[in-house]
Design a protein around this ligand. Structure first.
Ligand code: FE2
Length: 228
């Protein structure tokens, strides 16, 4: 569904497709498809996009916040069926060929299929984004900031009310704490689209969410956190 001008948000669904992440499309020509989800989820995503008047084309780019299968799983089919180029942080591509393989079993891509991303400015079509390298959940996690739309796409770095797991292969709690501090310093965010769960809508809600995350960080540092 359209959540803001040129921004479409497809909340995760497990209906017949297995566990999947939220997918996001930045419209324009070409389109940026962010975290299309699990392998079985792609036909449904294509259908949901079509209902919004959006088609996948070979000129589009699939951007992955990180390599977990519930985000990247549809990447193989997107490349095969729609000839869409895949893009991910250099460290995450390295991770996917090493420790990250524990999520996959075997490496399902060729390294040449990826556009290799680094932290910094990233222009695609008529849109100018900034990519933040935000490790903690995964070593090469990327958070996409679109200042023009006051949008932050967080992947599994944080959600509404909590931050992402740091105890998976490649995760690091201290990296996550530093990452959250850096993201909190971005003051021009009115919409945070997270890898799972609902969007955080409105500047006040975004700031309040950082307050909750900071509370979780201090409780974890103090060893008093009792949540999951
Ligand atoms: Fe993840």
């Amino acid at each position: 569904m359209k959540i803001a001008e040129d921004i479409y948000f497809y909340e995760e669904t497990s209906a017949g497709t297995g566990f999947s992440a939220n997918a996001i499309v930045i419209d324009g020509d070409p389109k940026l498809i962010i975290d299309p989800g699990s392998k079985g989820h792609l036909p449904l995503l294509v259908k949901r996009m079509a209902a919004d008047g959006l088609d996948v084309s070979a000129r589009d780019l699939a951007f992955f916040t990180h390599s977990h299968p519930d985000h990247l799983g549809a990447g193989r089919a997107l490349a095969d069926e729609f000839k869409v180029c895949l893009a991910m942080h250099r460290l995450e591509i390295d991770f996917l060929r090493g420790g990250g393989l524990s999520f996959w079993g075997s490496f399902p891509f060729s390294e040449k299929e990826f556009m290799v991303l680094e932290q910094g400015e990233f222009s695609f079509g008529s849109h100018d984004f900034y990519l933040h390298h935000t490790p903690g959940h995964s070593p090469g996690s990327l958070t996409l900031h679109w200042p023009g739309a006051k949008l932050l796409v967080t992947g599994d770095v944080y959600f509404s009310g909590t931050f992402g797991a740091t105890n998976l292969p490649g995760g690091d709690e201290r990296d996550m704490f530093r990452t959250l501090e850096r993201l909190e310093a971005l003051t021009d965010v009115d919409l945070a689209l997270c890898g799972h769960g609902p969007a955080v809508v409105g500047r006040g809600a975004v700031r309040e969410n950082y307050r909750l995350l900071a509370r979780e960080v201090s409780m974890k540092k103090a060893g008093t956190w009792t949540g999951s």
